[in-house]
Ligand binder design. Structure first.
Ligand code: UD1
Ligand code: UDP
Length: 383
């Protein structure tokens, strides 16, 4: 029997981190010819991940340009993938999450009548502008996809509510598979500044922020809160790997660049980032991925957004929504810094998003769907 030709498409750092373990699992499956195509919507940040997970893409559209617009990413990715699918004719295209690459990949495959598998399907806030444009991207991909790999039961329920009945699998999130490859208790940092961080003397707050809906005023509020925290707590250090988008990086460098207890880094290699997260005191972030990773590592997370499509860790008690008001961010962080009971209530390792076997389940679901295996994968159930 000929092998099933499965093409994995991604373009940004988080997609790459979450697709890497799946691409690895697909590549070792004897019934599958695993191909990888990147749009390179991100360039350096994507290349960091490709190199750390030893992935050499079969195709690279290299579309990134400074200050790119949503329309530019989508049109360049769509036309590039259209040509690629004409040549390669994959049996299945896999896209991940909610970026412009995800949407363009699913749409291009649909135009070729190629089945689409959506990894990290079914996350919803219910507000089409929050996060922008991700909520609408993932909703549209939900309509285009044939196979929906939902990390959690809640994600599946969201799709069922939208009338999607078939091709649903609850697999866990591949980000937990990735964490198992990167985090080690005896990990030694290779970035000199990380090696010299005073984990035993100072409380390290790991911060990331980049979301489009936070650009401008909300970002300024976040930075006000960080400055206030540094001024109030002399044993607190802010460690902030800065997203290279000038819409956010210029403001961060202007406000925090000169502070002796704010360490600003260029994007960190993912092994460094995950092990830093494992050793920090707490996390402030507007990132989706960090909301999943930090709970698995037992770190409290305050989310710098008004809503989240990842309610499971909020329910488990390790994540709270802090929003984008400087006073609220300051007071919620202060509580965690001054009240040991409040801190330990949030600092428990929970894994509502996965058990490290999501990639295996997704491969098994693909084989079952295409009649290559009689066995449907078992569902992921949070412990
Ligand atoms: C994108 C995704 C977002 C995801 C985020 C992860 C969309 C619409 N947005 O947002 O969902 O959460 O990635 O980080 O798909 N840049 C570089 N080098 C890089 C990457 C980016 O210089 O390696 C700069 C470029 O100037 C680029 C800009 O950042 O134009 C914005 O990149 P873009 O992918 O458009 O948006 P993100 O904010 O990264
Ligand atoms: N990350 C990284 N280096 C960094 C910052 C983040 O490897 O300097 C990882 C992080 O651990 C997570 C992913 O990148 O796995 C999140 O990416 P990002 O915040 O850009 O996107 P989002 O998750 O919000 O879509």
């Amino acid at each position: 029997m000929t092998k099933l030709k499965v093409m994995t498409i991604f373009g940004t750092r988080p997609e790459a981190i979450k697709m890497a373990p799946l691409h690895r699992a697909l590549s070792t499956c004897p019934d599958i010819e695993a191909l990888c195509a990147v749009t390179a919507q991100h360039r350096e940040m994507l290349d960091q991940v490709l190199s750390l997970f030893s992935i050499t893409p079969d195709h690279d559209l290299n579309i990134m340009e400074p200050g790119q617009s949503l329309a530019t990413i989508t049109t360049k990715a769509l036309s590039g993938l259209d040509a690629l699918f004409s040549r390669e004719k994959p049996d299945l295209v896999l896209v991940h999450g909610d970026t412009s690459t995800t949407f363009a990949g699913a749409l291009a495959a649909f135009y070729h009548k190629i089945p689409v598998g959506h990894v990290e399907a079914g996350l919803r806030t219910g507000d089409k502008y929050a996060p922008f444009p991700e909520e609408t991207n993932r909703t549209m991909v939900g309509r285009l996809a044939d196979l929906h790999f939902c990390p959690t039961g809640t994600n599946r329920e969201n799709l069922v509510r939208e009338g999607i009945q078939n091709g649903l699998f609850v697999t866990g999130n591949t980000v937990i598979d990735a964490l198992r490859l990167t985090v080690a208790p005896d990990y030694a940092f290779s970035t000199p500044l990380l090696q010299s961080l005073p984990f035993d003397r100072e409380r390290i707050i790991l911060v990331t922020a980049h979301r489009r809906e936070n650009w401008g005023q909300p970002f300024s509020q976040i930075l006000d809160a960080l400055c206030h925290l540094l001024d109030t707590f002399p044993d607190v250090r802010i460690v902030l790997p800065v997203h290279p988008n000038p819409a956010v990086s210029d403001m961060i460098h202007d406000r925090l660049g000169a502070h002796p207890r704010a360490d600003l880094f260029p994007p960190l290699p993912v092994h460094e980032m995950h092990n830093l997260m494992a050793r920090c005191h707490l996390v402030l972030t507007d990132s989706g991925g960090l909301q999943e990773e930090a709970p698995a590592l037992g770190k409290p997370v305050l989310v710098l957004r008004r809503e989240t499509e990842r309610p499971e860790a909020v329910t488990a008690g390790t994540v709270k929504l802090a929003g984008v008001d400087a006073g609220v961010i300051f007071s919620m962080t202060s509580e965690l810094l001054t009240d040991p009971a409040a801190y330990s209530a949030m600092a428990q390792a929970v894994n509502p998003y996965g058990d490290g076997h999501a990639s295996r389940r997704i491969v098994q679901a693909i084989l079952w769907h295409f009649g290559r295996s009689p066995d449907k994968p078992e569902e992921f159930r949070a412990l």
